[in-house]
Design a binder for this molecule. Sequence first.
Ligand code: ATP
Length: 273
Amino acid sequence: MTQDAVACTGLAYAFGGTRAVDGLDLSVAEGEVFGLLGPNGAGKTTAIRCITTLLPVPAGMVRVFGHDTAEDRMAVRRLLGYVPQQLSADQSLTGRENVALFARVFDVPRRERAARVGQALAAVDLTDAADRLAKTYSGGMVRRLELAQALVSAPRLLILDEPTIGLDPIARTGVWEHINAVRAATGMTVLVTTHYMDEADQYCDRVGLMHHGRVRALGTPAELRQGLAARRGTTTLPTLEDVFREVAGSGLDDESGDFRDVRSTRRTAGRVG
Ligand SMILES: Nc1ncnc2c1ncn2[C@@H]1O[C@H](COP(=O)(O)OP(=O)(O)OP(=O)(O)O)[C@@H](O)[C@H]1O
């Protein structure tokens, strides 16, 4: 039997009176690409921060490959690579220096470091640009550099928070192609948040639609779309966006913001610096 890469049970996290995550149950199977979708404020980033151990788990339980994040934080951290929503590459360093920094932080053995940094850069197609300053990179290249940073420790679980936000369609496809190539080569599990329904439909094995701190619908994109078609009694297959709209309801258009309204604040959409 394969072990769950991530298992959240009754996970709850509040910021003062705001229940950001409110009894989240979630299982991500080893080897799958799982998409956590939801409108702004649904609780995706907070849940991810609990899974990565960056936030404590005040209520409920989170296990990563069987390790309880509350009891075995370092074991969990050694298993995962994390690309946060915020810019994590240092623009005053070269691509290679950025990845080497992560190799040191994640304790890649000194003897293997140079080779592993080179492999991580090659995996995201940045070998030729490796010795240029990151501030000369395009938005898509910066995102791929951040992917290399997360991959250098050879994680069993890669967690990406909005990996393609603010990128043009070609750069978005490039990021996904590199994620998929690494996953095919290593069997790594991928947990990703996105607002882009088309990407979730195309690249995720299963998705969880999160709203007000909980997963409200779960399945493969095809299952969710077919389920809505059956409820509507139509033969035309609805989109994942239609499913999402049904789950999140009218809240999408007022306080939560439309899930297509990505409101990118990343500074990587154009050039950095
Ligand atoms: N540091 C914080 N302090 C106070 N409230 C916060 C903080 N971080 C998040 N929240 C609140 O918690 C709720 C969930 O936020 P979270 O960032 O987890 O949602 P999200 O689904 O990741 O949204 P987005 O898609 O916009 O990134 C929101 O109501 C948000 O305003």
